[in-house]
Design a protein around this ligand. Structure first.
Ligand code: FAD
Length: 474
C-alpha cells in the first residue's frame, strides 16, 4: 500500500462525513492537536477527527486503510515523548477520542467499570468514588489525560507500588484494528487463559497496533484512612533500605514511595514559593500509606514505624502530615516538579527504571559521570523509587544558556542510558518511546526483541497506517 504525501480533498470529505456532525476540525484550529504538552514536539495535519462512537472510529479507519492515509491516535495529548502528535510531513490525520465519553457499565459486585476511551482519568476516579470504590491510577496530568491514552502508554504514576500500572488495572479492551474491524474484548475477567492475551499486545503499543475505543478497568475498596510523611535520608541507598523496612512494617498499605533530590525543594521554593518542610536536609522520600479505618490510625502507624528508624539513624528527620491539608501540601511539591523544573531551566529529561536494588548505584554513577563532564550541573532527580523508576532530569550549570545545555542532549542521554543499561534497566519506564526514544531503542533492545516487535507491527498493521514513525526505529 502506497502512503501518499498529501491527502486528497475527496478522502478528506469522506473522513469528515464518517466522523459525523461536529466531528472534524481543520485549518488553524488543528494547532493544539499538533503540539505536545511541553511544546517540544510539533507537526501538522490536514484534519483532526473527533468521532463520538466506536462505529465511527471503525468507519474512519476503514477509509484510511483503503486509501493509505496515516492516522495518529490521540487522547488528552499529555504524552511526553512525541507519540501523539502528527509529524511535520502533513499527510497524517489525527484521530482524537475526546468526544468518546460513554460510561458503559459499573459492575459493583465484579468491581469493574467499563468506559469509552475518551473518559478522562479524573472522571474515572470520580465515577469509582461515586460507586463507593477506588480507581488507583494517579498522575499529575489526570485532569486531562484519557483512559485510552493511559492504556496506550501503559501509564504508571504514583501508586504503581501497590496497585500496578495501567496494564495491571485493565481487564478488558475494545479495539478498532488497522483494518477497521472492531475487536470486542471487554471481558471483566480476572482469570482467562483462552489463547493469547490480545489486550496486552495493544496496551503500551502507543497507537501503533490498534485504536483503543473502550476499556474494562479494575476497581478497589476505597481507602478511608491515609498516612503521609516526608522523610530525610542520608542517601538513595538508605531510601532503598527504608522501602524494605516500611514494606515489612506497613505491608501492602504502603502505596507510594517517592524519592526526591534536595534541589527539587530548593527550586520549588524559588520558582513556586513552596516552603521547604525539611530545610537543610539532603535526599527526601515522600511516603503514603492507604487503608481501612483502624486503631491506631495510619498516621499513627506511619509515625511508629518511622520513630524506630529515626532512632536507628536510617532516617535523619521526618515531617508527618496531621491533616489532609498538610498531606496535600507535601504532595503538591512533588506533583509540581514538572512545572518547577520547567521554570528553573532547560532540563535533559530521562524516565528510567532499574531494579530497586540498583537505584543507589545508578544515581551515584550517573551523578558522578555528569559532574565530571559538566561541573556545576544541577541534579534534580525525583520519581517513583518504589518501582525503581526515576525521572533523572539534570539541568545545566547556572551559567550555561538553555540552548547550550540542550545541545548536549545526545551526549547526556548516552551517559545516563549506558549506566541504566549496565544495570539491566529501561530507558523508558512509563512515558513510552514515541518519537523521543525511537532511535535509542536500537541500543536498548536486542536484535531478537526488535525483530519480534517488527513482526507484531507487520501482522497487526500491514499497511503501516497506524502512528507511523513512532516506537519502532527505521
Ligand atoms: P496522548 O498524549 O494523547 O497519547 C499518548 C500516546 O498514546 C500516543 O502515542 C498516542 O498515539 C497514543 N494513544 C492515545 N490514545 C489512544 C487510543 N485511544 N488508542 C491507541 N493509542 C492511543 N505518565 C506516567 O506514566 N506517569 C506519570 O506520573 C506521568 N506524569 C505526568 C505529569 C505531567 C504534568 C504530564 C504532562 C504528563 C505525565 N505523564 C505521566 C505522561 C502522560 O500523562 C501519560 O503518558 C498519559 O497516559 C497519556 O495519556 P493521554 O490521553 O494524554 O495520551
Amino acid at each position: 500500500m502506497t502512503i501518499h504525501a498529501t491527502v486528497s480533498a475527496d478522502i478528506l470529505a469522506r473522513l469528515k462525513e464518517a466522523a459525523g456532525p461536529g466531528g472534524s476540525i481543520e485549518g488553524a484550529e488543528t494547532e493544539p492537536y499538533t503540539v505536545s504538552w511541553r511544546d517540544n514536539w510539533t507537526g501538522k495535519t490536514p484534519l483532526v477527527l473527533r468521532p463520538d462512537t466506536t462505529a465511527r472510529v471503525a468507519e474512519i479507519v476503514k477509509i484510511c486503510a483503503a486509501t493509505g492515509t496515516p492516522i495518529v491516535p490521540q487522547g488528552g495529548n499529555t504524552g511526553l515523548t512525541g507519540g501523539g502528535q502528527p509529524r511535520p510531513v502533513g499527510n497524517e490525520i489525527v484521530l482524537c477520542t475526546t468526544r468518546m465519553k460513554a460510561v458503559r457499565e459499573i459492575d459493583e459486585l465484579n468491581d469493574t467499570i467499563t468506559v469509552d476511551a475518551g473518559v478522562t482519568l479524573v472522571e474515572v476516579q470520580n465515577l469509582a468514588a461515586e460507586a463507593g470504590r477506588y480507581f488507583p491510577l494517579s498522575l499529575a496530568a489526570e485532569g486531562t489525560c484519557q483512559i485510552g491514552g493511559n492504556l496506550a502508554t501503559n501509564a504508571g504514576g504514583v501508586q504503581v507500588l501497590r496497585y500496578g500500572n495501567a496494564r495491571a488495572l485493565c481487564l478488558g479492551l475494545e479495539v478498532v484494528t488497522a483494518d477497521g474491524e472492531v475487536w470486542d474484548g471487554l471481558r471483566g475477567l480476572r482469570k482467562d487463559n483462552a489463547g493469547y492475551d490480545m489486550k496486552q499486545v495493544f496496551i503500551g503499543s502507543e497507537g501503533t497496533l490498534g485504536i483503543i475505543t473502550a476499556a474494562t478497568l479494575r476497581l478497589f475498596p476505597r481507602p478511608v484512612d491515609r498516612g503521609v510523611a516526608l522523610v530525610a535520608v542520608p542517601s538513595p541507598a538508605a531510601a532503598v533500605e527504608l522501602l524494605a523496612r516500611l514494606r515489612g512494617s506497613l505491608g501492602e498499605l504502603l502505596s507510594a514511595f517517592e524519592l526526591i533530590h534536595e534541589n527539587c525543594f530548593h527550586f520549588a521554593a524559588a520558582t513556586m514559593g513552596h516552603a521547604d518542610p525539611l530545610p537543610g536536609a539532603g535526599w527526601r522520600v515522600l511516603i503514603q500509606a492507604d487503608g481501612p479505618d483502624g486503631d491506631p490510625s495510619l498516621t499513627g502507624r506511619v509515625e511508629t514505624a518511622l520513630g524506630s528508624l529515626l532512632e536507628e539513624g536510617l532516617i535523619t528527620d521526618a515531617v508527618i502530615a496531621t491533616s489532609g491539608a498538610q498531606a496535600a501540601a507535601l504532595w503538591r511539591i512533588r506533583e509540581d516538579q514538572a512545572e518547577v523544573q520547567q521554570k528553573t531551566g532547560a532540563g535533559i529529561k530521562h524516565d528510567v527504571s532499574v531494579p530497586v536494588s540498583a537505584i543507589d548505584a545508578f544515581v551515584t554513577e550517573a551523578d558522578a559521570a555528569l559532574d565530571a563532564r559538566y561541573p556545576g550541573v544541577r541534579h534534580c532527580t525525583f520519581g517513583h523509587a518504589g518501582d525503581g523508576n526515576l525521572h533523572y532530569n539534570p539541568i545545566g550549570p547556572a551559567d550555561w544558556t538553555g540552548a547550550a545545555w540542550k545541545a548536549e542532549t545526545d551526549a547526556v542521554n548516552r551517559i545516563v542510558h549506558d549506566i541504566v543499561l549496565k544495570h539491566r534497566g529501561s530507558i523508558t519506564a512509563e512515558h513510552g518511546v514515541g518519537r523521543l526514544r525511537r532511535e535509542e531503542l536500537t541500543r536498548a533492545r536486542s536484535a531478537v526483541e526488535l525483530k519480534l516487535m517488527r513482526a507484531m507491527k507487520a501482522a497487526l498493521d500491514p499497511r503501516g497506517i497506524l502512528n507511523p514513525g513512532k516506537v519502532l526505529p527505521d
